[in-house]
Ligand binder design. Structure first.
Ligand code: PBG
Length: 325
């Protein structure tokens, strides 16, 4: 036999020589939840994850940095009393996110702070955009609020702003506003191909941000579509995105590959709450090896073409990667 592929698999050292995909802590972004409350609360809908108090979040950020995770993305749970139909609280300079950004920046200047732009945590309707009286998600009116939200985040020290709302044209408008206000060095990580997915369920439970009526299918993408992701990509490139994202990750590996092949921009993928929970549930039942499956899922997402991954396993995975070296 001339060809024996197994020769390249004979020892660990040889396998390490020929490996094609590497996963490292510098690829990982840690999504964290926070609330304006003095206690750190275990999130029932997402076992193993915590809704941090502002103080607790500083500790979590410190542990992340120690593990080698240098980027986090912040998701706030907002008190119902502060929600309204137009998400006014989203642009409050003294709101939970801006206050937290300032605290994190002064304590950990080396930590990359990524913020989510969308109205759902702030909207009494639980939608990413403003809902009209007849239930339509208003695109252009929403963008004005998103611009104000982005500015509040930039003023407070956000390094990268990540619009997850899926309104048309928001990347270009937010870019122009940031530049006009002197924030030309704040980056934009666009949720380019964000699908209307059922895998977000646990996240909405964690933030109490589920839509009160209807679903998100008029703005998030149809899971049946692949070519449309390329259309969104072309728009985001033209509008000035610095990085593009595919979300969810695991069930959309083909889209990650498609994007990687079609753009010169870095591609991010978001391993969402439902993907995390499937592994957690199977591991808790003793059906799967938690650590091995979590690392394999992340490796698969990188192999598909992701340059970086948002994952709830970020800090733990960084620890596992250190041990296995
Ligand atoms: C909303 C937002 C969602 C997630 C991140 N930002 C949920 C949604 O679109 O309903 C989901 C993340 C996850 O499931 O882990 N702007």
């Amino acid at each position: 036999m001339l060809q024996r592929p197994r020769r390249n698999r004979r020892t660990q050292a040889i396998r390490d020589l020929v490996h094609e995909t590497s996963l490292s802590a510098s690829d990982l972004i840690y999504p964290v939840f926070l609330h304006a409350d003095g206690t750190d609360t275990a999130i029932e809908a997402m076992p193993g994850q915590t809704r941090w108090s502002p103080q607790g979040l500083l500790g979590a950020a410190e542990r992340a940095l120690e593990a080698g995770i240098r980027s986090i993305v912040l998701f706030p749970k907002i008190d119902d009393a502060k929600k309204d139909r137009v998400g006014t609280e989203a642009s409050n300079d003294e709101g939970l996110i801006p206050e937290t950004l300032r605290a994190l920046k002064s304590r950990f200047p080396e930590l990359t702070l990524i913020t989510d732009v969308a109205l759902d945590p702030y909207s009494s309707d639980g939608h990413d955009g403003i809902v009209s009286d007849d239930g339509v998600i208003l695109n252009d009116e929403t963008i004005e609020v998103l611009e104000a939200q982005s500015l509040a985040q930039a003023r407070a020290g956000a390094d990268i702003i990540a619009p997850s709302d899926m309104m048309d044209g928001r990347i270009g408008r937010i870019r122009a506003t940031l530049d006009y206000e002197g924030f030309e060095n704040v980056g934009l990580l666009s949720y380019t191909a964000k699908y209307a997915s059922s895998f977000y369920g646990p996240f909405r439970g964690a933030l109490d941000s589920a839509p009160k009526a209807g679903d998100k299918k008029t703005y998030q993408m149809d899971p049946r579509n692949r070519i449309e992701a390329l259309r969104e990509l072309l728009l985001d490139e033209a509008e000035g995105a610095d990085m593009v994202m595919v979300k969810p990750a695991g069930p959309y590996l083909d889209i990650i590959r498609e994007m990687r092949d079609a753009t010169t921009l870095p591609v991010a993928a978001y391993q969402v709450s439902g993907e995390y929970l499937m592994i957690e549930a199977a591991a808790q039942s003793g059906w799967l090896d938690r650590r091995a499956v979590a690392l394999e899922s992340l490796t698969g997402i990188k192999r598909a073409g992701a340059d970086m991954i948002l994952t709830y396993y970020a800090v733990e995975a960084a620890g596992w990667l250190k041990e296995s070296r």
